[in-house]
Design a protein around this ligand. Sequence first.
Ligand code: S3P
Length: 757
Amino acid sequence: MVQAGTGSGQEASEPLIGRLVIVGIGLIGGSLALGLKAASGCREVIGVARRAQTCNQAVALGVVDRAVTDIGEIVGELEVGDVVFVAVPTLAVESIFSQLKDRLPAGVTLTDGASVKGSVIAAARNVWGQVPEFLVPGHPIAGSEQSGVTAARDDLYIAHRIILTPDENTGLAHTRRIQGMWEAVGAEVLSMPVAEHDEVLAATSHLPHVIAYGLVDTLAHDAENENIFRYAAGGFRDFTRIASSDPVMWRDIMLANRDAILKSIDLYTSNLDSLRNAIASGDSEHLMGVFTRAKAARDHFTTMLAKKAYTETMQAKEVTFVAQPGGSVNGDLRVPGDKSMSHRSIMLGSLAEGVTEVEGFLEGEDALATLQSFRDMGVVIEGPVNGRVTIHGVGLHGLQAPPGPLYVGNSGTSMRLLAGLLAGQQFDTVLTGDESLSKRPMNRVANPLREMGAVVETGEEGRPPLKIKGGNSLKAIDYALPMASAQVKSCVLLAGLYADGETSTTEPAPTRDHTERMLSGFGYEVLRDGPRASLKGGGKLTACQIDVPADISSATFFMVAASIAPGSDVLLQHVGINPTRDGAINILRAMGADITLENRREVGGEPVADIRVRYAPLKGINIPEDQVPLAIDEFPAIFVAASCAEGKTVLTGAEELRVKESDRIQAMADGLQILGVDAEPTADGIVIQGKGGNSDGAVFGGGVVDSLGDHRIAMSFAVAALRASADIQILHCANVATSFPNFAELATGAGMKLVVR
Ligand code: S3P
């Protein structure tokens, strides 16, 4: 049995398949022939074409080794391991099958490339009475509007998908052979039931072709539009490119996949009708709704085709930082918008009545995941463009059921806060996330929601996915939080918007209060009394303007950078210094950092300042436990500062750090040890022996550290390089884009030496 091409351990000298017979030497068949030849994937390619001229051309172009006009001439030569690929228009497949009936030697595999699989199965049944075990129906999702043998290319299938639709009669060995053949030319092979294939292709390929042919034909026939092609610009060209495709092939496809295509056309026609009505009646909301949703879908189109609500482009990339030693940081910097406030601006803006304008929105993947979730629930959201977002609020009861699970990537804040407000909806939802988020605890929100009467299911051990049943009436509770968590507090308060009565939360220590402040900004009364916050369900939010200040968590990397690198002097502009977030300033100052707050002001209910930080020698401290929740996201960077301080720094009471995007105590201790720092993790903190001493020289050695896909770990080690003696290579840094997409750019602009690979 011949296995798949890549990773099969096959010797280059031993071809994957014996002979390849291409029936129909056009773009599709010819490209397979060229690709397999380039990969030394078969012994010989024999072409079969109706016209002698095509045969001669194919041989002359080197697409095939020899060619015949009648398959009968060569079928007798074939033997075990050979493959016949039928690449003729869909409706001609049956006649080729008839010519092969009773003549194909045993062990030869038959496959095809037709775009409709139901008709190929029907053709096989007409000819053989059933699908023969040697037939592997397939469809390469590749092509071009060019056709014919002259268009054939050896790279046509690289990184393209091939869908196989094997029948229950199809032999496994034959399927594997065809899979190996396609993988050898660089394609990715999937398998799918026939009916599903035909429906998916009707919607994603056949319908666009009908529309493109129809549009060009309409315009070409319209006398008043005779100049249309002369003035047509990029839009027309892009949209109608596929109307140059082979008419015979596409006529066949339309006839062969009739029912599925009709269904798609009907759906599209009714959508077009509503657009027509919206244009006729000047319904700008409807137009914006369709256009903004379609734009977002187009931006994520691969995943929309898979009928998912939203998926990540984010896990796809592998990013390594190489942070080179030395340097200092200088200049005026504005780090991106606050992540917590950006999430909340989308959530509350969506649930408000009226249009909310947001400035300074963080265009990082976490906040964008929240934004996309609300689009998936029918909210019209314009932007973000340069941090500006316009949200057309639908009111507390205006969300619609999303088309599939809401995928929130790496974002714990999205999942936990959304859980609260989804518990109050009339529809069911499923919240999913990436690998890191799928390991994080969700019972901390599921439990109080259940107390309120919500029906919430988690995955194993209280991990995601979260399945939230709609249609339950929620009752108000008084919830004493078992841990200091703003996400849990916010989740309960957001569910409280939908609960009957007054919901309250009491926290064991102050945590960020952006939810409470922003709810007030939207005109929703939140009573606050020390650790207690409460609100009554059933009110309404009124749209407002939100100016999101720069994120103090992102600013902290530069506060630490400037504090540890001699010669540094930075001004961090317009940073949010909410007293529930300023722990890093307090801790660094206690260590001796030179930090001054300039131009203090209040913007939209949040205190803001420009933060000036100059290099100063640091000393180790015992970090006061009351500062822990106020600096919860800043500890990875603070540990880097502690490593550069003189003496010991001890952190306690910070067990929450073990359940962040990574176990931040362990991840930092491991990395710091690799770089030569004495860092001992404890159950609820860490003990770091600072190496600052009286020298301004290197504190860290070089080495390779793993950020474990945790954005803050990655950025902290990049900062450490300012005081390193050699390169620090930091693995798995793609998630820096979740909170600080332009980190590398700002860091290098300020004087750090960071290479992104
Ligand atoms: C956040 C709360 C904190 C913080 C997270 C953002 C928020 O999490 O670590 O980055 O926006 O409410 P916990 O509530 O789990 O402490």
